[in-house]
Structures are given as structure tokens and as C-alpha cells.
Design a protein around this ligand. Sequence first.
Ligand SMILES: Cc1ncc(COP(=O)(O)O)c(C=O)c1O
Length: 466
Amino acid sequence: MNRSDQARILRKNIKGIKQKVAVGRKRKKQYIHFDNAASTPALQSVLNDLNGFLDWYSGVHRGTGYKSMVSSRVYDDCHSVIGQFVNADQARDTIIMVNNTTEAINKLSYRLHLKPSDVVVTTDMEHHSNDLPWRGKATVVYVRVDKDGVLDLDHAAHCLKKNYPRVKLLTVCGASNVTGHVNDVHLLAEIAHEYGCRIMVDGAQLIPHRRFDMKPNSDPRHIDFLAFSGHKIFSPFGSGVLIGPREIFTQNPPDYRGGGTVKIVMKKKVYWSDPPDSDEPGSPNVTGTYALARTLSYLNQLGMDILQEHEESLTSFLLERISKIPGITVYGSADRVGVVTFNIDGLPHALVGAILCYEAGIGTRTGCFCAQNYVRHLLGLEENHGHVELYDDNRNDKIPGMVRVSLAGYNTREEIDYLLQWLKDITQNKYEFKKRYRFFADQGSFIPVEFASGALVDKIYKRCMK
Ligand SMILES: Cc1ncc(COP(=O)(O)O)c(C=O)c1O
């Protein structure tokens, strides 16, 4: 089977793929989801699996009934299925289930027990979730990026060398959620290890798009820590992962403590559980972990490489065509996953997003994508140009930002063609489109004057919440 066949199989398995949305007063269109970098839809086959498993669902680790025994075994084994997906060195690593990438990185920032004099090297292209957790715990040094947002590898090596031996961690995204740029994390790992420094890869945007190999510990290019989220890889059930050397999680007591994290509790002494239990406090997310493991097994069977090829061909097609539309600026210029960000001259990003939503039935994302420093850099802006006041006043019509189209292996060329037609229409008829919308500062968004879009959302909301 070729890549289009595999992509079609995946597409058929996408829950809600035929969902229609209103575009105008009376017309409906099949929704196009181009916001996969935020979250991807669920898979019907995994929902079926989950339905079957729920017959056997019970609390884990502490029950003596059949259901608890089955659930405990399933839950524990799902850890290694998840580890295998990224070829974690399971003799060395522990696989800790958390809620999402943000929690995984925060956990690591506590579990490394950093001192203010230790140095953590991160980069100017990170999501806030791989920047803010490190601040205040160690001295944070930022590797710079060039004008297109590409990481400067020489500067990375310089930062590591300059801060040796105080540098304890290099932490970098596998792929950017703004430009989609893919970093050569194995090369970075090799450089980091030369300076006795570990590497953490924020895999939130990489793992859903490319087959990834953490490599064995004996390989100088191995990845020490990896974090990623289930909801970005077709498993929106509240599970995320932190993978890393078991020894790191046995050196100190866990950051969150309570039931499940202990073997023995005495009045004055506590014997902590071994990881991952020590780091999965309380009753864990059994169903979310199960769903993620089933999703990853499904993707493995379908072939991550083939899905990657399909996504790459869609991305090249989109990039080639969009850059030819006069009046559109596309950001970034390197090897990338299916993330394309742009602006249309003379139109606020939030307005472009609103037009695509309300008139084309296309879901995108606009703004700074939780990476404000990176977006400011790409737009060539200084920090102090009224950003704070604009945020306080909810002025999404003025806040600098971009429009992001993010693809996944189930999207199609026809969907991209349709988007491109809309972008051409918008760039050619800017003033007509502008007239059709009003900005509401209380909601921070543009709403079409012609039809009461809110009423439709209300109707669907009521159906979901009944
Ligand atoms: C690169 C990157 N890192 C981290 C995160 C945070 O992921 P989560 O919201 O699942 O914690 C995101 C989310 O968009 C991301 O794109």
C-alpha cells in the first residue's frame, strides 16, 4: 500500500471527520481541521478498544478483584508500549505518565534538584512550557535563532562550553510549534554529552509527526529525557509522558507525595516506591494511558514513516503554493513538520482566522501560540511596544501574531487546495472581507456582522452538555 492509501485508512478512522459547520446563515460545510498542532482528533478504533476495556476497568495497584488485577496489568504494560514507540532504553529509563508535556517538563524541573548556580541551556524558539519551568530554579541561558527562526548550532555549542561544568541540562524542542522547524536533537545530544550535560527533548510537536528513536544509553547521540502529550497524537484523554533515567527519580523524594508513591509509611520515616509509581501520585489516568498505548500501537501498524511522507508532501505543496500568493508572508525556512505560519498584509491575524472559521469552515489558530518571544523575533519586534497593554485590553485585533495552519497525516490535498482558494480570495478582496466583521474586545475576537455565529455554538454546546 502507498502513502495515500495509508492516509485514507487513517482518515476513515478519525472521529468526527464528517462534522459539518455553518458557513453563513443557511449553508453548512464539512469542517476542516488545520489546528492539529494544538490537538488532534481521536481515533474511532481506539474508542472501540476503550469501550471494551471499560468493561474491565477498575482502580489499579491496590485492588484484589479480577477487574483491578486486569486493569493493573494493562496499565503497567501500557508504559512499555509507550516507551517502545520512541525506542526508550527500558533497562535504564522509566516511563512516567503525567497529564501533558507541560506537566512533564515541570516535573523534571523539580526532580533535577537544580541550584541557582546550575545552568540550564534552552533556546529562543521554545514554547513557554519549555522556558518558564526552568526560570527561578537555575540560571537559564538561551541559544539564539537566526532571522528565520532556525537554531544556531554553533551558539548552542558555545553556550554549553562556556558554562561547563555548571551546565546540567540542554532542553530543546524537537520541532517548533510556530515554524514547525525540526531540530537535529541527536547532534545536539552529542554536543551536550561532550560537556557532561544531559539533554531533554520537548517532543510535543515532533513525536506526532516523525518516527523517533531515543537511542540506547551507550550511543553518544542518545536522548536522556523526552516529554510529549497524548492529545497531540490522536489520544485526547488527558495523558502525557516523561521518559528518563530511573536513577534521577530515585535520588530524592518525589515532588508530589501521597497514595501510590510509597511502599511503607512510618510516623518518622517513609520508604518511597520505585519509579514510575513514585512519580505517579494518587489514582493514575488508567483509561488515558490505555488509549495512548492503543493509539501508538495503531500508528506503528499503519506506519509512522508512511504517514510522515504523506504529511511532508502536503506541507511542501502548501508551502510552494502559499508563498506564491501576493500579499502573504510565510515564516520560517527549514526542514519542518506540517506547520505553516503566515500573515496577510493589512489584515489582523485574528480576522484572517475568523474569516476561515466562519466563512470557509476551516479551523486554524492565530496569535503567538504560547511562544511570544519567538514570534516577536520572527516578526522583528522589540519587547516593549505596548504588548502588555494590548493583552490586558484583549486587543487581538492589534496584538502581533500570525495565522497557523497545522497538518496531520489524515489531511488531504483537496483540503489544502480549498484553503489556498480562500487565501487568494481574502488577499484579493481584503476590504470586502473587513467590512463583514466587527471586533468585540469583550470576547477578544472578530465576529461576522451578517450572522449570529454565537447562536450556533450555543446550540452545539447545549447538545454536548445535555
Ligand atoms: C512545542 C510544544 N511544547 C510544549 C507544549 C505544551 O503541550 P501541552 O499543552 O500538551 O502541555 C506545546 C503545546 O502546544 C508545544 O507545541
